[in-house]
Structure formats: C-alpha cells, structure tokens
Design a protein around this ligand. Structure first.
Ligand code: GDP
Ligand code: MG
Length: 162
C-alpha cells in the first residue's frame, strides 16, 4: 500500500485547499465555514514519481464546544494511521492554544510531523511563518495552498520524510 500523509489542523486553516493543491484537482470540499469537512477522506497523489495517499481530515461541527479535545483526538488518530503528518497552521492568525495542544499530541505519536505555515501568499508574509518556530516542530514550511506558493518545497520535504 502507498504511504499515508495525513493533513491535520484547526478548522479553516486551509487543509482541504492544501489537499486539492497536492492532488492537483478540486475534490476536497473547501468552504469559508469552519468544520465543513465531516469525514476523513483519502486521495491518491504523486510527486516526483512517488505515489502516496493524502488524507484530508475534519469532522468538526461549526458549533463544536470542545474544540481542543476534538483536535487532539483527530491528531491522535492521524498519528496512528499516517506515515507523515502535515500539521497546518494559519500563519495570518499565528499559533493558538488549540494548535499548541495538538502539537503535544502529535509529538507523542513519534511520527514525522511537518509544520505547514499556510496562507503565506506573498514575500512580506514570510515573517508570519517564521513566528511559528515557537511551536517547537522545527522549520515551518511557508505555503500558499490557494496560490501554490511553496507547495513544491513542501512536497519535496514530504518525500524526504516518507
Ligand atoms: P479547512 O477547514 O482547514 O479544510 O480549510 P479550507 O481549505 O476549507 O479553507 C478555509 C478558507 O481559507 C477558504 O476560504 C480558503 O479559500 C482559504 N484559504 C486556504 N488556503 C489559503 C491560502 O493559502 N491563502 C489564503 N489567503 N486563503 C486560503
Ligand atoms: Mg476542510
């Protein structure tokens, strides 16, 4: 079976947009409303001639009360089933408490985690990505899932980690 790359993170950080960017078509559901992706959905992807499965995650209800617990559970599940985890943060928002609790869970899993600083749409937003070193996951990969900026470098790093 192809190795599995799981995409996790808070609602609205751009997980589904990133998945669409990786698979090269619009299939994951992107919405302005947080929590629209209700189930984990797996897609075939390839980069530099290597195939892998990319899993979009979600499952939050828009009115979820216990969001921190939900993201922790999602992160745990992703760690259990994935070979590499892409942890997506909205760099225009920065690291939130929910992001920090997810990081604790991800680190316990022992799987490689790449930190995606999404919504870096321009050069001058690069510093927003740099601020995410504070999460302790190592180098943040600045990406614009929407426009494609940085996605090649991210995918190169994914292949290295597989
Ligand atoms: P998800 O809930 O994490 O799956 O997030 P979505 O992929 O549904 O995206 C949430 C919103 O963020 C949508 O309005 C996207 O168009 C927007 N978005 C996603 N990636 C980017 C990006 O790189 N730059 C900008 N400016 N907006 C983005
Ligand atoms: Mg989604």
């Amino acid at each position: 079976p192809a190795p599995v790359v799981a995409v996790v993170g808070r609602p609205n950080v751009g997980k589904s947009t990133l998945v669409n960017r990786i698979i090269g078509r619009r299939q994951a559901v992107v919405e302005d409303v947080p929590g629209v992706t209700r189930d984990r959905v797996a897609y075939d992807a390839q980069w530099s001639g290597r195939r892998f499965t990319v899993v979009d995650t979600g499952g939050w209800e828009p009115d979820a009360k216990d969001r921190a617990a939900r993201i922790a559970a999602q992160a745990e599940n992703a760690v259990a089933t994935a070979d590499v985890v892409l942890f997506v943060v909205d760099s225009t928002v920065g690291a939130t408490d929910v992001d920090e609790s997810a990081v604790k869970m991800l680190r316990r899993g022992g799987k490689p985690v790449l930190l995606v600083a999404n919504k870096v749409d321009s050069d001058r937003q690069e510093s927003d990505a740099t601020a995410l070193w504070s999460l302790g996951l190592g180098e943040p990969y600045p990406v614009s899932a929407l426009h494609g900026r940085g996605s090649g470098d991210l995918l190169d790093a994914v292949l290295e980690a597989l």
